[in-house]
Design a binder for this molecule. Structure first.
Ligand SMILES: CCCCCCCCCCCC(=O)SCCNC(=O)CCNC(=O)[C@H](O)C(C)(C)COP(=O)(O)OP(=O)(O)OC[C@H]1O[C@@H](n2cnc3c(N)ncnc32)[C@H](O)[C@@H]1OP(=O)(O)O
Length: 208
């Protein structure tokens, strides 16, 4: 089976939502955490020429090991999962889902140095990406509805700090046919750092 067999987004998503974490996939989750740790370290250091040569060789060896085992999207663990610890993904800092209801979510995250924009602030594109993941999960609801983002507007109200707990709140504001209007807030303590509003459209059978 190849990824081209799954151009239907609903079929692909439903297949991938059916995912049970095992000792093996938990080891994969731990490996992704190690990759995050590496990403945070790599942006902070200016290694020596010898260290750079050593690291580049090691990384190329690991890359070749993984490339030899590459699988079509439908079979991969990456992007799956979705309980309290969130998905097996690297595109945002890990999101921890504390309360997931059909019209409201409370989650938190702590973003490392890898997600830096400048001067200790999180990169604005990462703030928007966190909202896409959070609000996408909100649109999916507790039933795993398959939706795509039609628009996502982010307002940056205060710098979003790195290495600090950030609280995330999402709400469904209204539903019209296939349209789910959702909003989100990103808090650092009592400071509202960013807000988002978005429209998610529930997919039809056959849509990619
Ligand atoms: C446990 C699981 C966890 C799951 C957790 C998952 C989290 C991850 C979520 C990430 C999601 C993504 O990033 S998805 C990737 C980024 N997004 C995309 O690539 C989407 C690209 N766009 C598209 O494919 C398409 O435009 C669609 C599917 C969004 C909509 O196309 P369509 O299906 O043909 O629908 P269409 O008839 O045009 O529109 C339906 C209704 O929505 C309105 N509408 C459509 N677009 C807009 C718009 N931009 N602004 C206003 N309104 C709009 C239309 O007017 C219409 O209203 P009315 O006539 O009914 O009133």
């Amino acid at each position: 089976m190849t990824s081209v067999d799954f151009v239907d987004a609903i079929a692909l998503a439903k297949h991938r939502q059916n995912f049970e974490e095992t000792e093996h996939t938990r080891a994969y989750r731990e490996m992704l955490a190690a990759v995050r740790g590496f990403q945070n370290a790599v942006v902070q250091a200016n290694p020596s020429p010898e260290q750079l040569e050593q690291m580049t060789t090691s990384l190329q060896q690991m890359q070749a090991m993984l490339e030899a085992q590459a699988l079509p999207e439908v079979e991969r663990w990456y992007g799956r999962g979705g309980g309290r610890d969130g998905k097996l993904q690297l595109v945002t800092p890990q999101l921890i889902f504390e309360e997931v209801e059909d019209d409201r979510i409370h989650a938190h995250t702590t973003a490392g140095e890898f997600y830096i924009g400048m001067n200790g602030a999180m990169h604005g594109g990462i703030v928007a990406t966190i909202f896409d993941a959070l609000l996408g999960r909100m649109a999916a609801g507790t039933q795993g509805r398959v939706c795509r983002t039609a628009y996502l507007t982010t307002e940056y109200k205060a710098i979003t700090p790195l290495n600090q707990r950030l609280d995330l709140v999402a709400k469904v504001e209204s539903v019209e046919r296939r349209k789910r209007f959702v909003t989100g807030q990103l808090w650092h303590g009592d400071t509202l750092c960013a807000t988002a509003d978005a429209l998610f459209i529930e997919m039809l059978p056959g849509q990619q």
